[in-house]
Structures are given as C-alpha cells and as structure tokens.
Write a protein that binds this ligand. Sequence first.
Ligand code: MG
Length: 490
Amino acid sequence: MKEISSLSQVFALLHWDEDTMMPERGIDSRAEQAEALSGIIHEKIVSRSLGESLRALSADSSKLSEGERVCVREWLRDHDRSVKLPEKLVRELSSTATLSRKAWMEASRASDFAIFAPWLGKTVELKRRQAECLGYSGVPYDALLDDYEPHMTVAELDPIMENLRAGLVPLVAAIADSGVKNDLRALSLRYPAEKQEIVAREVMSAMGVDSTASRLDRSAHPFCSGISPTDVRITTRYNEKLFTSSLYGVIHESGHALYELGLPGEHARTPLAEAVSLGIHESQSRFWENVVGRSLPFVSWMMPKLKKLFPRQLRGIGAASFYRAINAVRPTSIRVEADEVTYNLHVVLRYEIEKALISGEAEVSGLPSLWNDKMREYLGIEPEDDASGVLQDIHWPSGLFGYFPTYSLGNLYSAQWWHRIRRDVSGVDKMIARGDFKPILSWLRSNIHSQGRRYPASELVVKATGRPLDAGHFICYLNEKYGDIYGVRM
Ligand code: MG
C-alpha cells in the first residue's frame, strides 16, 4: 500500500508539472506517462492477494493497534471501490470525458448547449452505470457523492442544503433591497504582478505555510497539490486589474496547503496521513479565505503592508472601506466570481440539477431552461446566454457528478469550526489583528489535520465541535457579518 501511495504521489507530480512547468509540446508524451502509471496503480490496488490479506487482517484485528485498524479499514474501502469498477467502464468514462470536454469547449465558444447535450447525456448514463457497480443504500447519487464525501448520503445532505437555501434566499434579497453600495473603485486599479507576489508570499508565511516544504508557482487555474506532508505545491494567477482575486486565491490555496502539511508525517503514505474528504479539505481553504481572510481584523493587519506596496492605488482607503469592498455582495451568473453570500446558491442549484439528472427526474434537453428558472428564483438574475449559464463549469464535461456539494459543505464546516474556535481560543479577533495565527492553526492541527482519515467527516465534525453538521452556524455567521455591512437584520 505504501508503494501504491508513492506511485500516486508521482502521478500527482506529473499533473503539477503539466500545469506549471511542462512545455506545450510535452502533452502527448505526458498523456502516455500518465496512462501507463495509472494502469500500474490500478493493477496493484485491485490485486486479489492484496484484497485477501486486507480481509484477513480485518477479520482478526485484535492484534492490530487502533491506527493499524484504521489503515486496514480505509485500504479495504479503496480496494473494494476499485474492484467494483470494471476496467471497460473506467476506460469508457475516461475517453468520454476527453471527448465531452472537447464538445463542451466548442459549445461554450458558440454558447450553444445543443452541441454539448449528447455528451452530457452519455456521461449521465455512464455515471448511472458507475453507481450501479459501486452500490448504494439509498439512491444512485449516493454512490457518486461517496467518491468525494465518503459516507455522505442524499438523505443526510438534502435537509442541510434545503436549510442553506432557505436561509440564503431572504438574505440575498434583503441585501439587494438595502440600497447600500460599496465603493469598489480601488480594487480595479492596476496592481503589478511582481508586487502581488510579494504580498502573496508574505501572507502565506504569516499563515504558517512552511516555505521549506512548499512552493508557490503560476498556472492558468489555481490549485493545491499535496504530494506528501513535507512537499505541498500551490499555484495562482496574477490578474493585474483584479488583485484581490489572486490575493484571496493564494489564501484559499494556502488553507488547503496547511491541511496537507498538517497531516501527521510519521504516518506518511497511509490513510492516517490522508485528507478525509473534499468537503473537509474545502473547509480549510474557505475558513482561511473567507472567515479569517475577509474579516475586519485580518484586513486591519494586512492594510499597512498593502499600503506600503501599493501607496498610489490605495491612497485614502482605510481598512474599513477595504473590508466593505472585498465583501460586496452582487449576484452574478458566474459561480467562481460569486461572493460569500450568493456562492452557495450556485452550488444548491447544481446539486439539485445533477441529482435530478442521475435519478431521471430531469432531462438533459431541458437543462438550460431549468437552470435559468432556478437562477431567477434563487438569485433574482438570469444568465445572458448558455456560456455564462449552464455551460460555465468543467465538472459535468469531466464526469464529476457529486463534486459540487463539497464546495458548500466546506463553507458550512468552516463556519462550524469558527463557532467552536471562538469559544476555545479567547481573544481570537485580537490575535488575527496582530497577525498571530498560531492559536488558530494549532486548533485546526489538533482537531482536523492530525486526524487524517481516522474518522468519517460526520464523526470528525462531532468530535471537533460537539455537534453534527448543520447549516445554522453558517447562516448565523453570514447574517451577523452582512447584517452589519448592509444594515439589514435577519
Ligand atoms: Mg479549493
């Protein structure tokens, strides 16, 4: 299993290199390398003797330590899930995704959903087959969700997402009706990329990202790749006309990086040093990006540094008005441009639609109008065309169904961590205002990072906060923060 883990790390390095360093014409040989390596990894993980050994250990686990039992349980889960998927289906999913992404790009350019529709239909059919192979206790969508948020089911998730939607829609409407407009002019001035990078590195270091175990590079789309607990790579892109997008992008990816760096190194290459779920991973990035990074104390700490580097752009702008500018709420058609308040409504919409596609309640052909109806209902706006509506994300063309909800789960978990941290760490706002993030990081280290895959996410959240996940903490957090900014009382 440790060998498989090392090979998977090599696979991750190939991907990181492809997106950051690889020359354009390296793509064909890289595709062959990746296919060869994933074939070797798959062969090893589905090995019959591996399965038998793991099953024997699991049946007689009395001699195993608690940590060893966790490893056997999680390794068996990984093995079983791989065995259940026939190789033919895996290949079909992967080749369909390649062709489907091509059709999607063409459809996006022409802003014509009809070009992409047949491929989406085929993908939905393959995902249904995948769900049947994997098995589920409730509905087929559960099997797909389980890939990203292990053990989470529609039965658990539906009420959470429903409460989230019910809390958000009136808040968005009240903010729109408040008539408050924040001055955003300073944000769209020109901020040179080299100086943006200086800020990015300073913030990373203050957050506690170990520079001897990490890298920051540039790529078309920002990401974090945790190779091992002592080698984590993050990337960003610098938009000179929108500097907060790279600044908060780096804070987001640094949150992911801190999780990867905080996994217990002594258990490297085992499930004890692996992230438990995408939702928990995203809770780390969103926590630092939004809860900490977009708070007034954080902005107060950062402002003198920003002013030193950008005296002309930020002349006359104080921490309070910068804070209001970076927290402006404006419904947009595009998910990745959405603010903290409206963001999750984009996710709720996608969750509802993809669930309906898999269950057969929604038809592919009806998607653009279903999409636009929900946009009007939840956000009060309608996309201009398919490209800025139903075609905007790469997830469905790539066959990623069940992935979207983990974005919202991340936000909900993050608010729940914050609720608890405020009780456990006294004076936390003052610490943030001083740039002292150590007490927050050590709370996250001991409650989340060090746990690896020891507990499923649903148990981890109870252990860390004393309560199961619910949308209430997040809604309260938003109502309080945006109630102040927009003068609305919910
Ligand atoms: Mg993320």
